[in-house]
Design a protein. Sequence first.
Length: 85
Amino acid sequence: MAHKKREGNENKYGYRVNVNHAIGIFKDYLIQVMIEEDPIARLYLMREMLRLMEKRVVPIQRGRETARKAERRAGRFHHNHKSNC
């Protein structure tokens, strides 16, 4: 999903909302929105949450994904099974 404020500009990359920041902002506002009884105040909180999310954008750079290799555990045993020496 492209960012609307940056559409039409002569940008090198397209932009989208940073999902990690969006989740953090959502987490911070979720309880406030849920317990707010006034519908107008609730709408204001939701708009403020969306405004903050829209400010956190990252460029969409093609060809940046690399294959990840599964890491092998360094030790033979889990830390809970190690002796206390």
